[in-house]
Design a protein around this ligand. Sequence first.
Ligand code: MLT
Length: 206
Amino acid sequence: LLADHHYAFQPAADASAPPLLLLHGTGGGEHDLISLGAKLSPGSALLSPRGNISERGAARFFRRFAEGVFDLDDVRARTDALAEFVRIAAQTHQIDLSRLIAIGFSNGANIAATIMQRQPDVLTGGILLRAMVVLDAPAAPGTLTGKRVLLASGDHDPLMTADDPRRLARHLRSGGAEVDHHVHDAGHGLVDADFSVSQSFLQRLP
Ligand code: MLT
């Protein structure tokens, strides 16, 4: 199963820093978020898979029929397969899943959210940058107790309405997650505020 994903891995230089699961946006790759992860959390182990769907050559984590129209059967199957990849990679590289934090951007943030909804045991929290609702259902009560989520949205993101990430926050809170939702003056692209809220979120982790 490890062979199903191209991935980058950087071992921890500081055992006290939380391991990070880095999930890139559409058209990205396994190296995209390595320097962001290393800057946000120096010394963390970094596990960074490449999405194994190709949309006309652009790597993604699940299929869509059109922009914002997701193939939900594929979403469920890819979410479960990525969670299994994470479990096996964690064994291979001695990553502690009870401390693993996802950092995802766009399509990567979306699959981080669907992992929380379907496979909550592989993550303790996540930084979801420009995530939107993909699986439109509240997480089952109690399934996300103790998990921490930072959701960072742009107030003029052309890919989603303002209500969309709010609904995602509600879905995750239904499961018991503690969700901080920041809405910045931004579009879909990242801005400095994403970096600063992510850094303080990581510093506040127990
Ligand atoms: C998705 O397809 O997951 C979202 O539309 C974000 C993206 O463009 O990747």
